[in-house]
Design a binder for this molecule. Structure first.
Ligand SMILES: Nc1nc2c(c(=O)[nH]1)N[C@H]1C(S)=C(S)[C@@H](COP(=O)(O)O)O[C@H]1N2
Ligand SMILES: [Mo]
Length: 332
């Protein structure tokens, strides 16, 4: 990894409402304490959490990355923002990547992951299962940059310049059978490098899924880069999902396997706490999480509070995907 000097940002753990608070058995009491102290809820994410100070190192992708020549990719100007892009240093030091621990400060730990060589396997209900090397895959696809809002279920938000290719192109490359209804994606499993995976109460490997219609929606990106460079480890190198209208936990990182299935998969967070984290997980200000409101969101970096938008502002692109499904928990 090469390291870039930038400003320091301070991010105390108390700034977050961790997804794990209630079901990390060992920390149950600590979690309850955090809740009792009022860390959750609108308006309590105090100002001054981020303080600019001395230079700080951030981790970015390897100089030796074989796809470096593809960056920065041409920006798709169809995707515009209503807010500033989050500072790269801030976003690069505020991550959820439980494989490396439940703290937001896992960027250094995540550098232990070796992202080359990296094989992606595609299997299940497809005409022919395949294994493809990540660099071959990236060169076969068309990369573009898109500015997207990004909203975590914990009520923080960012705006990020992702680079990637349309997941629809990967689905057509995979040639799913007509019986396939879902796409299931899994993260690597290697407890030697990913210390979080030694915590056996989590249902590793991290698993997420989409319907085929969601996966082939124009917004759905397979991300290989961020901030104009190959994606850094802490963001989920070398390949992660981005579905900007859903809560961030849907956006599975460091994918090694994509399977086409007839059955709806049970995802990592759903397995841990189904009453809190459902399959659809579409952003909605009017449907609170059982433990906190989703009416507003706090912008990482500026700490500005903004009203949450239905489908995170992408209703025009995706609302039709959910017609006829009104009986389901679409917004949790
Ligand atoms: N494999 C894996 N993918 C993951 C997670 C994780 O812990 N492990 N966390 C999810 C959650 S809760 C969020 S909010 C986003 C965070 O992405 P970021 O760190 O790039 O902001 O990644 C998602 N994908
Ligand atoms: Mo999240």
């Amino acid at each position: 990894m090469f390291i870039k000097k930038k400003r320091r940002w301070e991010l105390p753990e108390s700034a977050a409402t961790p997804e794990h608070v209630f079901f990390n058995r060992r920390n149950l009491m600590i979690g309850a304490g955090v809740v009792g102290a009022g860390a959750i809820g609108a308006g309590v994410f105090g100002a001054g959490i981020f303080g600019a100070g001395d230079d700080e190192e951030i981790f970015v992708a390897q100089e030796t990355d074989q796809t470096l020549d593809l960056y920065p990719a041409a920006r798709n100007e169809a995707f515009t923002l209503d807010r500033a892009v989050t500072d790269e240093t801030v976003a690069s030091n505020y991550n959820n990547f439980y494989e490396f621990g439940s703290s937001k400060r896992v960027a250094a730990e995540a550098q232990a992951l070796r992202t080359r060589p990296w094989m992606l396997s595609i299997d299940g209900l497809v005409e022919e299962p395949m294994e493809i090397d990540i660099d071959t895959l990236i060169r076969r696809m068309t990369l573009e940059e898109r500015l997207y809002r990004f909203r975590c279920v914990e009520a923080w938000a960012m705006a990020v310049p992702w680079t990637g290719f349309r997941m629809a192109d990967l689905v057509s490359m995979a040639r799913p059978l007509s019986s396939a209804k879902y796409v299931v994606m899994q993260t690597f499993q290697d407890p030697v490098v990913a210390v979080g995976q030694r915590q056996s109460w989590y249902p590793w490997p991290y698993t997420e899924g989409l319907t085929i219609a969601e996966a082939t929606n124009d917004l759905t990106l397979m991300v290989t880069g961020v901030y104009g460079k190959p994606i850094a480890n802490q963001f989920g190198a070398p390949l992660r999902l981005i579905t900007p209208w859903k809560y961030g936990f849907k956006c599975v990182k460091s994918i090694v396997k994509i399977s086409f299935t007839e059955e709806r998969p049970v995802s990592f967070w759903e397995e841990l706490a189904a009453q809190e984290y459902g399959f659809w997980a579409n952003v909605n200000p009017d449907v609170p999480h059982p433990r906190w409101s989703q009416a507003t969101e706090r912008m990482i970096g500026s700490n500005e509070t903004r009203p949450t938008m239905l489908f995170n502002g992408y209703a025009e692109e995706v609302a039709q995907l959910y017609e006829g499904l009104e009986g389901e928990r679409l917004f949790a």
